[in-house]
Design a protein around this ligand. Structure first.
Ligand code: LLP
Length: 407
């Protein structure tokens, strides 16, 4: 058996263990297997042995995940002051942190210019204006310029960044902004991210975007790294093949061409997606002329990806009598009073009944991280598994938490 398979499917999780965890911690609860996070890091490292490897922490900033990845030696790619603070708190040295904010608020830049004095953080700017704003704060440290490569990629229009004007310096202005950055501080790199969900089916957009970064690197010269983003897709459908990391690595290297700088990659999802499942309980079952509506205690405030991106997540019943149940097509609906709050439609499941425990797969990335309090729903608990133990790493919010910030 492969010790570190390319994917952990929802079917691979031990149902009895998950049932015990649901008994102990109730639902909805995210389960995060830190051992699997380490395995994902090891496979990335193996496929990209000479690249700078960072974790885009936005996928899951739980301290348990950050500490786990810090210990594996990967760097931290941060998109906000809060993420930088969390990375520092989790033990990342400043030299291992890159801050790549989009339209950063003044408050973020104040914090960053302050901590960057004590910790050698690389600050990536996506506009000339943000470069000026760092210069105004007396920043003279390590800088990187984020470029808009004009090529997007990704699983949904809402996560394609490469050609979106919001992100990065326009490609034809990049050289000028790099030169200007060299006047302000120590220009160490250039950066771009095309989008999320690179799939093995077609790497052409990824290759085109990386090739453009290679061209730019050769043009501006004298760089320590060229960061070509993250976006490595994971198989959300159970029958989808996993990404061939070695093929992506080879295509990326080849597209980048001959550059003296190191290549840097910064996946987020790939590190954590299949290390997490969301446990939910069936609250209510309703037959309607259109479908069987299965109401569960997790919804768009627990896992927003289906509502926001029409994302598919595998669902599995963890009931022991599953083999004896007939399979029916159901709509899995959350408890939020909003039409978008449906986690799955037309989904075949062993006929659910009230109290059944369900697991939702690939929930480790952008799940808990994007949870909200809409409809005054308390956020779920998070339990980490490690070396055979389980521990509560984020407690479930209760009703009193909902008003704790109000005067
Ligand atoms: N680098 C930058 C600059 C990014 O903006 C992102 C993601 C990443 C790296 C990591 O991308 P990943 O490897 O995780 O795909 N909430 C969406 C994904 C939004 C990603 C935004 N930026 C989702 O749930 O699919």
């Amino acid at each position: 058996m492969n010790e570190n398979p390319a994917v952990r499917r929802l079917a691979d999780w031990d149902a009895e263990r998950l049932r015990d965890l649901a008994d102990a911690h109730e639902t909805p609860t995210y389960i995060l297997d830190l051992g699997r996070v380490r395995e994902n890091a090891a496979r990335l490292r193996e496929a990209f042995p000479d690249a700078d490897l960072a974790y885009a922490v936005k996928a899951n900033t739980t301290n348990a995940v950050l500490e786990t990845l810090e210990a594996t030696g990967v760097d931290a790619e941060c998109a906000a002051a809060g993420e930088v603070k969390r990375a520092l708190d989790a033990g990342f040295d400043g030299e291992r942190i890159r801050y790549t904010a989009v339209n950063p608020p003044d408050r973020d830049l104040d914090y960053i210019s302050e901590v960057a004095r004590a910790h050698d953080i690389v600050v990536t700017v996506g506009s000339e204006d943000s470069l000026d704003r760092m210069a105004e704060r007396g920043f003279q440290g390590q800088l990187c310029v984020r470029v808009n490569p004009g090529v997007g990629a990704g699983h949904h229009a809402k996560v394609q960044t490469g050609a979106e004007p919001k992100f990065g310096v326009p490609y034809d202005r990049a050289t000028a902004v790099v030169e200007r950055a060299r006047e302000v501080g120590d220009l160490v790199g250039i950066h771009a991210h095309a989008g999320s969900g690179i799939s093995g089916d077609d790497l052409s957009a990824h290759e085109e975007f990386v090739a453009r970064m290679g061209d730019l690197a050769r043009e501006v010269g004298d760089l320590e790294f060229v960061a070509v983003g993250g976006g490595f897709g994971v198989p959300y459908h159970e029958d989808e093949p996993p990404l061939d990391l070695h093929a992506v690595a080879a295509a990326t290297r080849e597209a980048l061409g001959d550059v003296s700088a190191r290549m840097a990659i910064e996946p987020g999802r790939y590190f954590v997606a299949d290390a997490g499942v969301l446990l939910a309980t069936v609250n209510t079952v309703k037959e309607t002329p259109e479908t069987t509506v299965v109401g569960i205690d997790a919804g768009m405030t627990t896992l927003i990806r289906p509502a926001l991106y029409d994302a598919y997540h595998a669902v599995r019943s963890l009931e022991p009598d599953v083999p004896r149940k007939r399979v029916v097509d159901v709509e899995l609906a959350g408890p939020v009073c909003e039409t978008a709050d449906v986690l799955a439609r037309d989904r075949p499941l062993p006929e659910p009944t009230r109290g059944d425990l369900l697991a939702i797969g690939n929930a480790g990335a952008y799940g808990y991280e994007m949870a909200s309090n809409y409809n005054s729903r308390p956020r779920p608990a998070v339990v980490a598994l490690d070396h055979g133990d389980d521990r509560l790493v984020a407690r479930r919010e209760d009703l009193t938490d909902l008003t704790r910030l109000e005067h």
